[in-house]
Structure formats: C-alpha cells, structure tokens
Design a binder for this molecule. Structure first.
Ligand code: ASP
Length: 340
C-alpha cells in the first residue's frame, strides 16, 4: 500500500513538471475594445455576433495552448481571428484616416526573452500582427513604420492585400460623420462627432483588439492590433504598437494589452508601469492595474481599459468606461462579457 502511494505521488509530481520546469495551467485573455458600450446601444443580434467572435478567438488561441503551444503562438492566433472580423477596429474593419486610408498599427512581445516587434501605419498586410511578429523574429529591429514596414512584411511572407480590403461601410460612414462635425479633429472609434477629444464627453468606443497568454511552461506573451483613431492625420500613431505603452510582456511579472485613448496610455507608459509596480513595488496584478486604470488614467483625463495576466495565472480586466468586449479561458473555463 505504502509503495503504491509513493508511486502515485511520483506520477503526480512528474506531471507537475515539464522539461524541468513546473507546469502551469494555460490562461488566455482577450479584448475587442472598451468604451461607452451600453445594453441599450446594442441589438441582441449584434451582442451575439460580438460574443461569438470573442469565443472563436479564445478557442483558437486556447487550442494552441492546450496542445503545448507557446503563449506567443496563442496570442498571435487569437488576434489574427479578431483582425479578420469586421466587428473590430483592427485589420478588416479598421477605421479611416482623414485622407480616407486605413493605417494599421500592431505589436507583439515575448515575456520569456523580452523580444518585441511592432509596425505602425501599414496599409497592405492582411494581418498586421503577423507583420509585428515578423519584425520581432526576422529582423534586428523592434519597430518599423509605413511603406518600409509593408515591404519588409511582404518579403517575409505575410499575406498582402489591396488597401481596399480593409474597407467596411460602417467605418466609412464613421469618417464622413466625423468630418461633418469637424474636418480636422481625429476621434476614437464610435466617438460622438462634434464632441471629440473632450474629456467631458465619454461617448466613445475603442475597438482595438488584444490578447495576453500564459503557457504551460510559464511563458507570457502580449499582442495588440488596431486601426487607431477615425480621421487621424499626419501619421498619428497610438499606444498599441508602442512597447511598454499599449503592449508589454515580461515573465517576471505580467503580460498586458491596452485599449482606449492612446495618447493617455502613452503618457502613462501604461503596460510597463503595471509591470514595474509588480516588480519593484511588490504589488499584486489587481492592485497595479487598479492604480493605473481606475486612478491615474481618469485623473489625467483619459479613458479605456486593458487585459492582463500575471506569471501565476491571475487575470485582470479593468476598464473605466461603460463596457469592454472581453473574454478569458482559465482552467478550461471560457467566459465572455461586454458590459460592467
Ligand atoms: N488605443 C488605440 C489608439 O489610440 C485606440 C483603441 O484602443 O481603439 O490608437
């Protein structure tokens, strides 16, 4: 009996270790943007469409984690699916610039080695997150912009599309409305034209997409992709492709992907500030996220939210807006939500 018990204990312990490392239960968290998303603003059909899209992205990413894939592979797969959905302001369905173009930003980071890749203002790569990944894996750089980034990604085998691929009638209408209100002001996805960039007006929705994951080997990764702001001009770039602002991952702390009023997230160095609070201030993920999203961000006049997972698998999804498209899988259990 004793021998049998010892044997069982041995098998249990062996299961807890993968290649010399303690096995972790994989976790995946995603977002599809935050903002004034209220039940009365959304039809049941649209709500179902969003929840289905979030569920599919979660399932795609989690299947990879479950099969022993890396956090990096999982966040790439989840973001790719959301880029392909016209519901979100990333890839197909991205918002338009003042000049009627779609200029896309994306970033990815591997918490196991602090390698990162980002692209800004690209116009011809179907899945901008694959371009960011190519920058990280196939170049000596971290960030590429504009036509150079497009050329590099195409040369690395990323799928190329005509700029017209990104067009959707809803986003085009959004640009016309924004211009009607004020031809020169850029606004965030679904903001109320005429009240743009006014801190007192919060009728906005930020449709950026993102994913963070913890894999079975304890590695963290983060990915974010966006079309940025409607009616943006002069090559404006938001927080999403800026490592440390909209996207960050570090195995020592956490992985973070942000959505919201990019300028404020850049000024707060949002994602890295959360990591720093954990690393140097010994704060929990929840406490660090709250300090930034629920306190520092509104104090500065910004709004939005983020998703995060720490090295122990704890999840945080704080937002100071009415809603945030979000979802997670932990212990195999899937959950998606939109409202508070
Ligand atoms: N953060 C993005 C930007 O400022 C917008 C968004 O989250 O939708 O470009």
């Amino acid at each position: 009996m004793r021998v049998l018990l010892l044997l069982l204990l041995g098998v249990f312990c062996a299961n807890q270790f993968v290649m010399g490392q303690q096995a972790t239960k994989p976790v995946l968290v995603i977002h599809g943007g935050a903002g004034t998303i209220l039940p009365q603003h959304i039809t049941p059909e649209k709500e179902k469409a969003y929840k289905d899209a979030l569920t599919q992205a979660l399932q795609a990413g989690y299947a990879i984690l479950n099969a022993g894939g890396t956090a990096l592979e999982a966040v790439t797969a989840a973001v790719k699916l959301m880029e392909d959905s016209p519901l979100f302001n990333a890839g197909k369905g991205a918002v338009f610039t003042n000049e009627g173009r779609n200029e896309l930003d994306a970033a990815i980071m591997d918490g196991s080695n602090l390698k990162a890749g980002a692209v800004a203002g690209i116009t011809t790569i179907k899945n901008p997150i694959t371009a960011a990944l190519a920058v990280m894996q196939k170049s000596e750089h971290v960030m590429m912009t504009g036509s150079g980034a497009d050329k590099f990604a195409a040369a690395q085998g990323c799928e190329v599309v005509s700029p017209s691929y990104f067009y959707t009638p809803e986003r085009w209408k959004g640009l016309l409305k924004a211009k009607e209100a004020d031809s020169l002001k850029s606004i965030l996805d679904h903001n109320t034209p005429g009240a743009v960039l006014q801190p007192e007006n919060r009728d906005g929705k930020y449709g950026t997409v993102g994913a963070v994951a913890l894999d079975a080997k304890g590695n963290l990764a983060a990915a974010t992709s966006t079309g940025g702001m409607t009616n943006k001009r002069f090559g404006r770039v938001g927080d999403a492709p800026i490592i440390g602002a909209g996207t960050y991952a570090n195995n020592a702390t956490c992985a973070v992907s942000c959505t919201g009023w990019g300028e404020y997230f850049i000024r707060l160095v949002m994602a890295k500030s959360i990591s720093d609070r954990m690393e140097f201030g010994r704060q929990s993920l929840a406490k660090a996220c709250d300090a930034l999203v629920m306190d520092a961000l509104p104090k500065l006049g910004g709004d939005g939210g983020l998703i995060a997972v720490d090295k122990n698998g704890n999840i945080a999804m704080p937002f100071n807006t009415a809603g945030m498209y979000r979802g997670s899988i932990k212990n195999g259990e899937i959950s998606v939500a939109i409202f508070k």
